[in-house]
Design a protein around this ligand. Structure first.
Ligand SMILES: Cc1cc2nc3c(=O)[nH]c(=O)nc-3n(C[C@H](O)[C@H](O)[C@H](O)COP(=O)(O)OP(=O)(O)OC[C@H]3O[C@@H](n4cnc5c(N)ncnc54)[C@H](O)[C@@H]3O)c2cc1C
Ligand SMILES: NC(=O)c1ccc[n+]([C@@H]2O[C@H](COP(=O)([O-])OP(=O)(O)OC[C@H]3O[C@@H](n4cnc5c(N)ncnc54)[C@H](OP(=O)(O)O)[C@@H]3O)[C@@H](O)[C@H]2O)c1
Length: 477
């Protein structure tokens, strides 16, 4: 019997989870199929692999990441920790709960850095097309080597799509937006808030991008930050200089009319209107089409393409949990491919999906959402040998995080949480998030004598008040 061949498309955290899943089975003595992972960038890490090239690369290929220079984790790291490679193991000491991008990249890289996994990745290779052949039950995957400009095709028995879904911007039309003379872009193209200093900034959208780009702009000294919501406001206790307004009626040049009658002038607009599920390398019958939600339809157990179970998706859900959810998914897909888990019949799969979809449709609150995603992960882990962890405790961590944000959107990243994997309490970071202008790994892991920005302010206990003032005033004080 010939060896099975598996294609993994994308080497972000989801693709890396798939590589790790097969590697761990191999290390335990299992015979694993031949794996080829195609990654269009020059390194792995997906969104977390940010460089100055983010935007367009040296081959003219769009770069996938929507991250930006000063991005720090917006959820506690204790909620995304791998169950089989902990932060303690990687860093050798407790670190804070909300590390910057480069630190998290180092963590996901560290798990597989020493392994054979990297040799299975064809970097700078973009998947251009995937075709399924009913007769042979195989896929032809056509790829372009961006360096040599050579296009080649190869045959695979299974395809795992791990290309993420926060890269293709959703760009709605806004009445009169074509008359706006200031800077205008989508969050995908936002690279840092320095240029927003002293600007009146409008963010359209009311989710994580609006929230984080909003506080980044505030941090970097924007004159004002206005966030416009469509369905509901985020509802945080924003500091002076930040506000939320409802939908936009019309833009007339720099002047924006909101649906509640308010009028404001702006210098810059960032569309924080989310992303599209888009898989330009897949024919319609294989391509997932879904709004951004935590239980997209047509995926059995959130991963197996119902119409063709030889195709699977990792990380296709909206994400409370991230890295450890991708692991649970990857372990399950691996076990199906290795024949360790049995794929139920089409009807049983449909019933299973329907029961989870029904539960999903009945969710009302964010707390319901988090619990649902925790239960989903638990269901997957129970079917594999991925180490089980206390998911209910992680749900509590998420709820504490939400409380911290509600209490103060500018200081929640200064809080500490406890790891459910190791019991380790996070360290208090040397610098408060609002004062930290250097997000490098070196600075993060270094030990500056004190919070250097703080020395510009009077006293530790005055911080909370000072932080609620615009940057210029904070510095003048
Ligand atoms: C702005 C932003 C901030 C975020 N912040 C956080 C956070 O703080 N904490 C958190 O836990 N999560 C965060 N996330 C969520 C993020 O989606 C996950 O952490 C994670 O990166 C998802 O991993 P992935 O592998 O599924 O997708 P991605 O990270 O998007 O990786 C997909 C990979 O596929 C490759 N690829 C795409 N198309 C092709 C192709 N045709 N051929 C070959 N390769 C291809 C890409 O180059 C990329 O490397 C954030 C997301 C965004 C957009
Ligand atoms: N680490 C970080 O700090 C950080 C920063 C940014 C992003 N992220 C991550 O990035 C991912 C994506 O977040 P996101 O905020 O970009 O997308 P998102 O969560 O999908 O939210 C999209 C937002 O756009 C709004 N919207 C969509 N179409 C609109 C329209 N036509 N008019 C007005 N508003 C519209 C939506 O409003 P409705 O609610 O009405 O649908 C929603 O508020 C998340 O996983 C998040 O965690 C993390």
């Amino acid at each position: 019997m010939t060896q099975k061949r598996i294609a993994i498309i994308g080497a972000g955290p989801s693709g890396m989870a798939a590589l790790r899943a097969f590697e761990s089975a191999e290390k335990a003595g299992a015979e694993v199929p031949e794996i080829v992972c195609y990654e269009k960038q020059g390194d792995w890490g997906g969104q977390w692999n940010y460089s100055w090239r983010t935007g367009i690369d040296q081959y003219g290929e769009p770069v996938h990441s929507s991250m930006y220079r000063n991005l720090w984790s917006n959820g506690p790291k204790e909620a995304l920790e791998f169950a089989e490679y902990t932060f303690d193991e990687h860093f050798g000491r407790p670190i804070s709960s909300y590390p910057p991008r480069e630190v998290l990249w180092d963590y996901i890289d560290g798990r597989v850095r020493q392994s054979e996994a990297k040799s299975k990745v064809r970097f700078a290779t973009a998947v251009r097309w995937v075709q399924f052949h009913e007769d042979t039950e195989t896929f032809t995957v056509t790829v372009e080597d961006l360096r040599s400009k050579q296009t080649t095709a190869a045959t695979f028995d299974h395809v795992i799509v791990a290309t993420g879904h926060f890269s293709f911007p959703n760009v709605p039309d806004v009445p009169g937006i074509e008359t706006f003379p200031g800077t205008l872009h989508h969050a995908h193209d936002f690279r840092g808030a320095e240029k927003l200093a002293d600007k009146r900034v409008l963010l359209i959208g009311a989710s994580y991008s609006a929230e984080d780009i909003g506080v980044q702009a505030y941090k970097m000294g924007a004159r004002s930050v206005t966030m416009s919501y469509r369905s509901r406001p985020q509802g945080y206790d924003w500091p002076e200089g930040m506000e939320e307004l409802p939908g936009i009626q019309e833009i007339q040049g720099q002047t924006v009319h909101f649906s509640n009658g308010e009028v404001r002038e702006f210098d810059a607009i960032v569309l924080c209107t989310g992303y599209l599920h888009k898989y330009p390398f897949l024919p319609t019958e294989l391509a997932l089409e879904s709004p951004n939600n935590i239980y997209p339809d047509h995926l059995y157990r959130g991963v197996i393409w119902q119409k063709n179970p030889r195709l699977s998706y990792l990380g296709a859900q909206d994400q409370w949990f991230t890295f450890n959810m991708f692991d649970a998914q990857a372990w399950y897909v691996r076990d199906l491919i290795l024949g360790r888990a049995e794929l139920p019949s089409e009807r049983e799969r449909a019933e299973h999906m329907q029961s989870w979809r029904n539960r999903f449709m009945a969710l009302e609150t964010d707390a319901d959402d988090v619990q649902f995603q925790a239960d989903y992960i638990q269901d997957l882990i129970e079917a594999t040998d991925y180490p089980m962890f206390d998911l209910d405790e992680v749900v509590k961590t998420f709820l504490d995080w939400k409380k911290d944000k509600k209490a103060n959107i500018l200081t929640y990243r200064d809080k500490q949480h406890r790891s459910v994997m190791t019991g380790t309490m996070a360290a208090k970071h040397h610098t408060r998030w609002l004062h930290e202008l250097d997000d490098s790994l070196e600075r993060y892991l270094g030990a500056p004598k004190e919070d250097e920005m703080r020395s510009r302010f009077e006293a530790d206990d005055a911080d909370e008040d000072i932080e609620r003032l615009p940057l210029q005033e904070r510095i003048q004080r």
